[in-house]
Design a binder for this molecule. Structure first.
Ligand code: BG6
Ligand code: MG
Length: 224
């Protein structure tokens, strides 16, 4: 292909650092159920949907709940999480994001969001970035969690770009796998030793620009 036509962004961990708020709310849940879990264990929750995260946490604590109780606790966790992010504003946008989004728009590249979060629209609104996105696909629109490619394929479809012309930005290994499963190119945002399957890894969007992305894709002979 001669060029790429769309970028699809994960939200949590790429555009905004919500992991610490999720951790704090999940930890409160674990503590109220009488156990605790570590920051290392929390790493495994990145990119993982709400109910699936709850299942993992309960397994770490050796707790069994009925499906009704699980529903109640997941609602509580989300209330605590929403309370933690209620003061969130544009100051929490991760460095480099706005500049890169501006460049993509100036170069007529479609921009989509592909997030597991059911709070994605609330967060984008709070940080003032909603209008940058031509399409928003979140946890309310998907049934298959990452590493299933559904969220990214829906994003590509919404902006009418073929998967092979899309570049995904992801901080979670499961998200990187989802992008690959969807036939897309993927820039990992985080640690190269974790995001081993990504085409290229950056530590944050601060390291990214339209020119750099073109160079990376050319080097990999993804574009000509
Ligand atoms: C992902 C986060 O983006 O969304 C996970 O990485 C989170 O940590 C998941 O559990 C679901 O989010 P929410 O906001 O719907 O509970
Ligand atoms: Mg993420």
């Amino acid at each position: 292909m001669s060029s790429f036509a769309a970028c699809i962004f994960d939200l949590d961990g790429v555009i905004v650092d919500t992991a610490r708020y999720h951790f704090s709310a999940w930890r409160r849940l674990a503590n109220e159920l009488g156990f605790d879990f570590t920051e290392e264990e929390n790493e495994q929750l990145k990119g993982v949907g709400r109910m699936q995260s709850l299942e993992l946490i309960l397994s770490w604590g050796g707790k069994e709940l009925t499906s009704g109780e699980k529903m109640e606790w997941s609602v509580k966790k989300n209330e605590w999480y929403l309370d933690l992010i209620k003061e969130m504003d544009e100051a929490e946008i991760l460095p480099g994001t706005v500049h890169f989004l501006d460049e993509l728009r100036a170069n007529k590249i479609k921009v989509a969001l592909g997030s597991a979060s059911k709070n994605a629209r609330t967060i984008l609104g709070r940080i003032g970035l909603t209008n940058y996105f031509d399409a928003i696909v979140d946890g309310n629109l998907t049934t298959n969690p990452k590493p299933h490619p559904e969220v990214f394929l829906k994003g590509a479809n919404a902006v009418q770009v073929a998967p092979e012309s899309c570049v995904v930005f992801e901080d979670a290994l499961k998200g990187v796998e989802a992008a690959i499963a969807g036939g897309m190119h993927v820039i990992g945002v985080g640690k190269p030793e974790i995001l081993t399957e990504a085409d290229h890894v950056i530590s944050s969007l601060k390291e990214m620009s339209f020119a750099k992305l073109n160079n990376i894709l050319k080097e990999k002979t993804i574009i000509t």
